[in-house]
Design a protein around this ligand. Structure first.
Ligand code: FES
Length: 112
């Protein structure tokens, strides 16, 4: 697979997140960090695979609603706990269209 259009810049405002599906049905969490960049992440929490879209996003910190694990949405690194992170899918923006390439990238799964 290669880059495919997943959304437009109008779909995700700065400081916000939305979930989209690729053509093969893979869910991708698109997050536009406050003062940062738009990135595409794995959609499921690496802890016990709850959907991260159901969490909260505040000050560039994504908190999973299930057990409150937290991630920095500027780089996907775990904050609490710090020994985990989110997989990031390559993105590119052409005009107002957002493209993502999920090929070869597996979502992280962490300890339970
Ligand atoms: S499933 Fe996300 S913190 Fe447990």
């Amino acid at each position: 697979m290669a880059f495919e259009k997943i959304c437009t810049l109008d779909d995700v405002w700065e400081g916000d997140m939305e979930m989209f599906a690729t053509s093969d049905g893979t869910d991708v969490l698109v997050i536009y960090a406050q003062g940062g960049e738009l990135k595409a992440f794995q959609s499921m929490c690496p802890h016990q695979e709850f959907e991260l879209i159901e969490g909260t996003l505040e000050d560039n910190v994504l908190t999973c609603r299930a057990h409150l694990w937290q991630f920095d949405v500027r780089d996907g690194c775990g904050i609490n706990p710090s020994d985990c992170n989110l997989a990031i899918y390559p993105t590119k923006i052409e005009g107002d269209e957002v493209y993502v390439d999920i090929d070869g990238i597996e979502p992280f799964k962490s300890h339970t």
